[in-house]
Design a protein around this ligand. Sequence first.
Ligand code: DP6
Length: 327
Amino acid sequence: MKTTAKAPANIALIKYWGRKNETLRIPANDSLAICLDKSFTLTTVEFREDLEKDRVFIDKKEAIEKEKERVVKHLNKIRKKAGIKFFAQVVSKNSFPAATGLASSASGFAALTLACSKAAGLNLSEREISRLARLGSGSACRSIPDGFVYWHGGNSDRNSYAYSLYSHLYWGLRDLTIIIQKEKKKISSTKGHQLAFQNPFLKSRLKLVKENLKKIKKAFKNKDFSLLGKVIESEALSLHSVMLTSQPALIYWQPATLAIIHKVIDLREKGEIESYFTIDAGPNVHLICQKGQEEKLKKEIQKINGVKKVVINKPSVGARLINKHLF
Ligand code: DP6
Protein backbone atom coordinates (compact mmCIF):
# COMPACT_ATOMS: atom_id res chain seq x y z
CA MET A 1 0.00 0.00 0.00
CA LYS A 2 1.25 3.48 -0.89
CA THR A 3 1.49 5.90 2.02
CA THR A 4 2.36 9.59 1.83
CA ALA A 5 3.35 11.97 4.60
CA LYS A 6 3.94 15.69 4.72
CA ALA A 7 6.36 16.99 7.34
CA PRO A 8 7.40 20.56 8.06
CA ALA A 9 10.95 21.78 8.49
CA ASN A 10 11.58 23.31 11.88
CA ILE A 11 13.76 26.19 12.92
CA ALA A 12 15.45 25.70 16.26
CA LEU A 13 15.50 28.71 18.56
CA ILE A 14 17.58 26.73 21.04
CA LYS A 15 19.77 24.44 18.96
CA TYR A 16 20.94 20.86 19.04
CA TRP A 17 24.73 20.67 18.58
CA GLY A 18 26.81 17.77 19.83
CA ARG A 19 25.66 14.31 20.88
CA LYS A 20 26.01 12.23 24.04
CA ASN A 21 25.43 9.11 21.97
CA GLU A 22 26.25 9.04 18.26
CA THR A 23 24.28 5.99 17.13
CA LEU A 24 21.14 6.84 19.09
CA ARG A 25 21.49 10.55 18.33
CA ILE A 26 21.04 11.55 21.97
CA PRO A 27 21.75 15.29 21.99
CA ALA A 28 24.07 17.12 24.37
CA ASN A 29 21.16 19.40 25.36
CA ASP A 30 17.40 19.95 25.06
CA SER A 31 16.24 22.14 22.17
CA LEU A 32 13.19 24.14 21.15
CA ALA A 33 11.90 24.82 17.64
CA ILE A 34 9.05 26.13 15.52
CA CYS A 35 7.54 23.94 12.75
CA LEU A 36 7.34 25.95 9.50
CA ASP A 37 4.36 25.86 7.15
CA LYS A 38 5.95 26.76 3.79
CA SER A 39 9.09 24.63 4.15
CA PHE A 40 8.20 20.97 4.03
CA THR A 41 8.91 17.54 2.56
CA LEU A 42 6.40 15.20 0.93
CA THR A 43 7.31 11.54 0.88
CA THR A 44 5.52 8.54 -0.61
CA VAL A 45 6.60 5.03 0.40
CA GLU A 46 5.52 1.66 -0.94
CA PHE A 47 6.89 -1.73 0.11
CA ARG A 48 6.72 -4.07 -2.90
CA GLU A 49 7.27 -7.76 -3.40
CA ASP A 50 8.64 -7.26 -6.93
CA LEU A 51 11.52 -4.92 -6.00
CA GLU A 52 15.05 -6.34 -5.79
CA LYS A 53 16.44 -3.37 -3.88
CA ASP A 54 15.25 -0.10 -2.34
CA ARG A 55 14.71 2.71 -4.82
CA VAL A 56 15.01 6.28 -3.55
CA PHE A 57 14.22 9.44 -5.49
CA ILE A 58 14.67 12.92 -4.05
CA ASP A 59 13.48 15.99 -5.93
CA LYS A 60 12.98 14.04 -9.18
CA LYS A 61 16.49 12.52 -9.17
CA GLU A 62 17.69 9.13 -8.04
CA ALA A 63 19.37 9.71 -4.65
CA ILE A 64 23.16 9.69 -4.65
CA GLU A 65 24.82 6.75 -2.89
CA LYS A 66 25.50 8.57 0.43
CA GLU A 67 21.91 9.85 0.73
CA LYS A 68 20.50 6.49 -0.27
CA GLU A 69 22.61 4.69 2.30
CA ARG A 70 21.18 6.86 5.09
CA VAL A 71 17.60 6.29 3.89
CA VAL A 72 18.13 2.51 3.52
CA LYS A 73 19.58 2.35 7.04
CA HIS A 74 16.41 4.00 8.28
CA LEU A 75 14.19 1.69 6.22
CA ASN A 76 16.02 -1.30 7.72
CA LYS A 77 15.17 -0.13 11.25
CA ILE A 78 11.50 0.19 10.34
CA ARG A 79 11.45 -3.15 8.46
CA LYS A 80 12.95 -4.84 11.50
CA LYS A 81 10.40 -3.25 13.84
CA ALA A 82 7.51 -4.26 11.56
CA GLY A 83 8.90 -7.70 10.75
CA ILE A 84 8.73 -7.21 6.97
CA LYS A 85 11.32 -8.06 4.35
CA PHE A 86 10.11 -6.28 1.19
CA PHE A 87 12.11 -3.53 -0.45
CA ALA A 88 10.59 -0.09 -0.85
CA GLN A 89 10.08 2.60 -3.42
CA VAL A 90 10.59 6.01 -1.80
CA VAL A 91 9.84 9.26 -3.61
CA SER A 92 10.46 12.52 -1.83
CA LYS A 93 10.01 16.18 -2.73
CA ASN A 94 11.20 19.26 -0.85
CA SER A 95 9.58 22.69 -1.06
CA PHE A 96 13.06 24.23 -0.59
CA PRO A 97 16.71 23.47 -1.53
CA ALA A 98 18.07 20.40 0.28
CA ALA A 99 21.18 20.30 2.53
CA THR A 100 21.85 24.03 2.75
CA GLY A 101 21.14 24.30 6.46
CA LEU A 102 17.42 24.54 5.78
CA ALA A 103 16.60 21.42 7.72
CA SER A 104 15.89 19.14 4.78
CA SER A 105 17.13 16.25 6.89
CA ALA A 106 14.59 17.19 9.59
CA SER A 107 11.51 17.36 7.37
CA GLY A 108 12.92 14.59 5.17
CA PHE A 109 13.38 12.03 7.94
CA ALA A 110 10.16 13.08 9.67
CA ALA A 111 8.11 12.48 6.49
CA LEU A 112 10.02 9.27 5.74
CA THR A 113 9.45 7.91 9.26
CA LEU A 114 5.73 8.62 9.32
CA ALA A 115 5.05 7.38 5.77
CA CYS A 116 7.26 4.34 6.17
CA SER A 117 5.97 3.21 9.56
CA LYS A 118 2.38 3.41 8.28
CA ALA A 119 3.23 1.67 5.01
CA ALA A 120 4.93 -1.08 7.01
CA GLY A 121 1.73 -1.58 9.00
CA LEU A 122 3.02 -0.13 12.28
CA ASN A 123 0.63 1.84 14.43
CA LEU A 124 2.88 4.06 16.51
CA SER A 125 2.15 6.90 18.93
CA GLU A 126 3.42 10.42 18.21
CA ARG A 127 6.16 9.91 20.77
CA GLU A 128 7.29 6.64 19.18
CA ILE A 129 7.37 8.24 15.73
CA SER A 130 9.37 11.17 17.11
CA ARG A 131 11.88 8.74 18.68
CA LEU A 132 12.16 6.78 15.46
CA ALA A 133 12.59 9.93 13.35
CA ARG A 134 15.39 11.02 15.72
CA LEU A 135 17.41 7.94 14.74
CA GLY A 136 17.39 9.14 11.11
CA SER A 137 18.25 12.75 11.88
CA GLY A 138 18.20 14.31 15.34
CA SER A 139 16.25 17.44 14.43
CA ALA A 140 13.65 15.29 12.59
CA CYS A 141 12.12 14.32 15.93
CA ARG A 142 10.98 17.96 16.26
CA SER A 143 9.12 17.87 12.91
CA ILE A 144 6.61 15.29 14.20
CA PRO A 145 4.61 17.24 16.86
CA ASP A 146 2.65 20.45 16.19
CA GLY A 147 3.69 24.07 16.48
CA PHE A 148 6.23 25.11 19.09
CA VAL A 149 8.13 21.96 19.89
CA TYR A 150 10.44 20.88 22.69
CA TRP A 151 12.96 18.06 22.31
CA HIS A 152 13.60 16.48 25.66
CA GLY A 153 17.18 15.36 25.07
CA GLY A 154 17.11 12.58 27.66
CA ASN A 155 19.79 9.95 28.00
CA SER A 156 18.33 6.86 26.32
CA ASP A 157 16.39 5.88 23.24
CA ARG A 158 13.17 5.74 25.27
CA ASN A 159 13.34 9.19 26.84
CA SER A 160 14.72 11.26 23.94
CA TYR A 161 11.76 12.62 21.95
CA ALA A 162 9.98 15.85 21.05
CA TYR A 163 6.55 17.05 22.11
CA SER A 164 4.39 20.07 21.45
CA LEU A 165 4.87 22.83 23.99
CA TYR A 166 2.22 25.05 22.38
CA SER A 167 0.00 24.60 19.32
CA HIS A 168 0.89 26.39 16.06
CA LEU A 169 -1.88 28.90 16.82
CA TYR A 170 -0.53 29.90 20.24
CA TRP A 171 1.59 32.86 19.14
CA GLY A 172 1.48 34.75 15.82
CA LEU A 173 5.20 34.67 15.14
CA ARG A 174 6.60 34.70 11.62
CA ASP A 175 9.80 33.19 10.28
CA LEU A 176 11.50 34.70 7.25
CA THR A 177 13.80 32.12 5.72
CA ILE A 178 16.39 34.04 3.76
CA ILE A 179 18.13 31.99 1.13
CA ILE A 180 21.49 33.27 0.04
CA GLN A 181 22.95 29.97 -1.08
CA LYS A 182 21.19 27.04 -2.70
CA GLU A 183 24.26 24.83 -3.13
CA LYS A 184 24.83 22.00 -0.68
CA LYS A 185 27.07 22.80 2.28
CA LYS A 186 30.57 21.32 2.31
CA ILE A 187 30.48 19.93 5.85
CA SER A 188 27.26 18.27 7.01
CA SER A 189 25.69 18.85 10.44
CA THR A 190 26.24 15.16 11.13
CA LYS A 191 30.01 15.76 10.90
CA GLY A 192 29.68 19.04 12.85
CA HIS A 193 28.03 17.29 15.80
CA GLN A 194 31.00 14.92 16.01
CA LEU A 195 33.48 17.81 16.02
CA ALA A 196 31.60 19.64 18.80
CA PHE A 197 32.55 17.21 21.55
CA GLN A 198 36.26 17.74 20.90
CA ASN A 199 35.78 21.48 21.36
CA PRO A 200 36.61 22.98 24.79
CA PHE A 201 34.08 25.80 24.19
CA LEU A 202 31.16 23.36 24.11
CA LYS A 203 31.17 23.22 27.92
CA SER A 204 30.53 26.97 28.26
CA ARG A 205 27.93 26.80 25.51
CA LEU A 206 26.02 24.06 27.35
CA LYS A 207 25.99 26.21 30.50
CA LEU A 208 24.55 29.11 28.52
CA VAL A 209 21.98 26.82 26.84
CA LYS A 210 20.63 25.87 30.28
CA GLU A 211 20.12 29.53 31.19
CA ASN A 212 18.66 30.33 27.77
CA LEU A 213 16.20 27.44 28.00
CA LYS A 214 14.83 28.86 31.25
CA LYS A 215 14.54 32.33 29.72
CA ILE A 216 12.90 31.16 26.51
CA LYS A 217 10.26 29.13 28.37
CA LYS A 218 9.43 32.31 30.29
CA ALA A 219 9.32 34.32 27.05
CA PHE A 220 6.84 31.83 25.57
CA LYS A 221 4.69 31.73 28.68
CA ASN A 222 4.39 35.54 28.78
CA LYS A 223 4.58 36.03 24.98
CA ASP A 224 7.48 38.37 25.67
CA PHE A 225 8.87 38.96 22.15
CA SER A 226 11.86 41.11 23.16
CA LEU A 227 13.05 38.51 25.66
CA LEU A 228 12.54 35.76 23.06
CA GLY A 229 14.62 37.73 20.55
CA LYS A 230 17.50 38.36 22.94
CA VAL A 231 17.66 34.69 23.80
CA ILE A 232 17.59 33.41 20.22
CA GLU A 233 20.37 35.72 19.06
CA SER A 234 22.55 34.85 22.05
CA GLU A 235 21.87 31.18 21.31
CA ALA A 236 22.69 31.37 17.59
CA LEU A 237 25.91 33.28 18.26
CA SER A 238 26.97 30.78 20.90
CA LEU A 239 26.33 27.92 18.44
CA HIS A 240 28.43 29.61 15.77
CA SER A 241 31.21 30.31 18.30
CA VAL A 242 31.51 26.57 18.77
CA MET A 243 31.36 25.98 15.02
CA LEU A 244 34.04 28.60 14.32
CA THR A 245 36.37 27.13 16.93
CA SER A 246 35.96 23.50 15.85
CA GLN A 247 38.84 21.77 14.14
CA PRO A 248 38.51 22.03 11.21
CA ALA A 249 36.71 25.35 11.67
CA LEU A 250 33.14 25.44 10.41
CA ILE A 251 32.77 28.86 8.82
CA TYR A 252 29.27 28.75 7.40
CA TRP A 253 28.65 32.51 7.07
CA GLN A 254 28.86 34.39 3.79
CA PRO A 255 29.10 38.19 3.39
CA ALA A 256 25.31 38.37 2.95
CA THR A 257 24.83 36.51 6.26
CA LEU A 258 26.63 39.29 8.10
CA ALA A 259 24.92 42.02 6.07
CA ILE A 260 21.53 40.65 7.17
CA ILE A 261 22.60 40.53 10.83
CA HIS A 262 23.67 44.19 10.71
CA LYS A 263 20.50 45.22 8.90
CA VAL A 264 18.29 43.55 11.50
CA ILE A 265 20.14 45.25 14.37
CA ASP A 266 19.95 48.57 12.54
CA LEU A 267 16.18 48.29 11.93
CA ARG A 268 15.70 47.52 15.60
CA GLU A 269 17.87 50.36 16.82
CA LYS A 270 16.03 52.83 14.61
CA GLY A 271 12.75 51.55 16.07
CA GLU A 272 11.48 50.56 12.61
CA ILE A 273 11.06 46.77 12.81
CA GLU A 274 11.66 44.49 15.75
CA SER A 275 13.02 41.20 14.48
CA TYR A 276 15.76 38.81 15.55
CA PHE A 277 18.08 36.46 13.67
CA THR A 278 18.98 32.82 14.06
CA ILE A 279 21.28 30.75 11.85
CA ASP A 280 21.74 26.98 11.51
CA ALA A 281 24.62 25.05 9.95
CA GLY A 282 24.73 27.09 6.76
CA PRO A 283 24.89 30.66 5.47
CA ASN A 284 21.12 31.20 5.25
CA VAL A 285 19.45 33.30 7.91
CA HIS A 286 16.08 32.97 9.64
CA LEU A 287 14.46 36.12 10.99
CA ILE A 288 11.73 35.94 13.59
CA CYS A 289 9.21 38.76 13.78
CA GLN A 290 5.65 39.28 14.95
CA LYS A 291 2.62 38.91 12.69
CA GLY A 292 2.06 42.09 10.64
CA GLN A 293 5.76 42.95 10.30
CA GLU A 294 6.75 40.23 7.84
CA GLU A 295 6.07 41.99 4.49
CA LYS A 296 7.84 45.19 5.53
CA LEU A 297 10.80 43.16 6.77
CA LYS A 298 10.91 41.10 3.57
CA LYS A 299 11.10 44.30 1.48
CA GLU A 300 14.05 45.57 3.52
CA ILE A 301 15.90 42.27 3.35
CA GLN A 302 15.43 41.84 -0.40
CA LYS A 303 17.48 44.99 -0.94
CA ILE A 304 20.60 43.28 0.46
CA ASN A 305 23.23 42.08 -2.00
CA GLY A 306 23.36 38.30 -2.22
CA VAL A 307 19.80 37.61 -1.03
CA LYS A 308 18.28 35.13 -3.50
CA LYS A 309 14.90 34.39 -1.99
CA VAL A 310 12.82 35.16 1.09
CA VAL A 311 10.15 32.71 2.25
CA ILE A 312 7.64 33.79 4.89
CA ASN A 313 6.65 30.94 7.22
CA LYS A 314 3.93 30.70 9.83
CA PRO A 315 4.09 28.20 12.69
CA SER A 316 2.69 24.91 11.40
CA VAL A 317 1.21 21.62 12.50
CA GLY A 318 3.62 18.69 12.61
CA ALA A 319 3.87 15.65 10.34
CA ARG A 320 0.63 14.33 8.84
CA LEU A 321 -0.46 11.57 6.48
CA ILE A 322 -2.03 12.86 3.26
CA ASN A 323 -3.99 11.24 0.44
CA LYS A 324 -2.10 12.61 -2.55
CA HIS A 325 0.73 10.29 -3.61
CA LEU A 326 3.89 11.25 -5.51
CA PHE A 327 3.85 8.18 -7.78
C1 DP6 B 1 22.40 23.47 13.50
O1 DP6 B 1 19.54 17.24 12.86
O2 DP6 B 1 20.79 17.99 10.82
O3 DP6 B 1 20.34 22.77 12.56
O4 DP6 B 1 21.20 14.37 13.58
O5 DP6 B 1 23.23 14.50 12.17
O6 DP6 B 1 20.98 14.73 11.11
P1 DP6 B 1 21.82 14.97 12.33
O7 DP6 B 1 21.91 16.54 12.53
P2 DP6 B 1 20.82 17.65 12.26
O8 DP6 B 1 21.44 18.86 13.08
C2 DP6 B 1 20.78 20.09 13.19
C3 DP6 B 1 21.73 21.12 13.63
C4 DP6 B 1 21.21 22.54 13.64
C5 DP6 B 1 20.53 22.88 14.95
C6 DP6 B 1 19.14 22.37 15.18
O9 DP6 B 1 18.35 22.23 14.23
O10 DP6 B 1 18.81 22.16 16.36
